[in-house]
Design a protein around this ligand. Structure first.
Ligand code: KIV
Length: 270
């Protein structure tokens, strides 16, 4: 059947089916998330925080993002793979932005995502014109965290909400195929969703978006620096890792590992 395309994503929205999206950063997580049947797998620059332990996403580089995109793309058979364009990879001119977006396609992604509204409309249009689908991202923008001054809900009053309406419209007109709404006030997110023909995918933006996305490490309980209030933990892998490592340490210290079955040698002759 092959991977989902933008047409499959649009069809979900046309049919009133919510779009399911999750991040993944490595081969096996991507493989399992894909087997679970999600629609979109995003190689997010959130990997800087949840994999590499940085305080922000600013340290993500093209090289790092491409490396993780290749690993994810190798694993995914059914979902659409979207790669996040890192900080400064689309800010220094349209030529750079198109070239960097193209490198993600060469790495196996089918689309790119970038943060920003009307100010990036020309960049989005140029990337789309070069044949690469773009997912927009407005609301709370982690790459602009120092300008915003904190992880606040966006569009809670009429003035900031109208700025978001303008951003959303500009992205649609520039050819974006979908737009992520991050920490947008639920009423504003509902209005944007009703206003746009392209799907909205919410994160912390209430129930009225056309789809939902979360960071895989958050839902697995693998990231404990802070848990955003909109995250639902579906597993507690942190405890399981600590428990498994402790059990191994205990076995080694008590000389219970390796047991007879783990002492078997490889019978293959080198
Ligand atoms: O980087 C990321 O994981 C994201 C999602 C949170 C939307 O941009």
């Amino acid at each position: 059947m092959g991977r989902k395309t933008i047409r499959d994503i649009w069809k979900l929205t046309r049919d009133g089916q919510p779009i399911v999206a999750l991040t993944a950063y490595d081969y096996f997580t991507a493989k399992y998330v894909d087997e679970a049947g999600v629609d979109i797998i995003l190689v997010g620059d959130s990997l800087e925080m949840v994999i590499y332990g940085s305080d922000t996403t600013h340290t993500a580089t093209m090289e790092k993002m491409l490396y993780h995109t290749e690993a994810v793309a190798r694993a995914v058979k059914n979902a659409m793979v979207v790669a996040d364009m890192p900080f400064l990879s689309y800010h220094t001119g349209i030529g750079d932005a198109v070239k960097n977006a193209g490198r993600f396609i060469q790495a196996g992604a089918q689309a790119v995502k970038l943060e920003g509204g009307w100010k990036f409309a020309a960049v989005v249009k140029a990337i789309v014109d070069s044949g690469i689908p773009v997912m927009g991202h407005i609301g709370m923008l982690p790459q602009s965290i120092h300008r915003i001054g904190g992880y606040f809900t966006q569009g809670a009053d009429e003035e900031t909400a109208s700025m978001l309406y303008e951003d959303a419209r500009a992205l649609q007109e520039s050819g974006a195929f979908a737009v992520v709404l991050e920490k947008v006030h639920p009423q504003t997110a509902e209005k944007i969703t009703g206003m746009l023909e392209i799907p909205t995918i919410g994160i912390g933006s209430g129930p009225h978006c056309d789809g939902q996305i979360l960071v895989i490490n958050d839902i697995l309980g693998l990231f404990d620096k802070f848990t955003p209030p909109f995250v639902k933990k579906y597993a507690d892998l942190k405890s399981q890792i600590i428990e498994a490592a402790r059990a191994f340490a205990e076995d080694v210290r008590n000389k219970k590992f390796p047991e007879q079955k783990e002492r078997r040698t490889d019978e293959r002759k080198n």
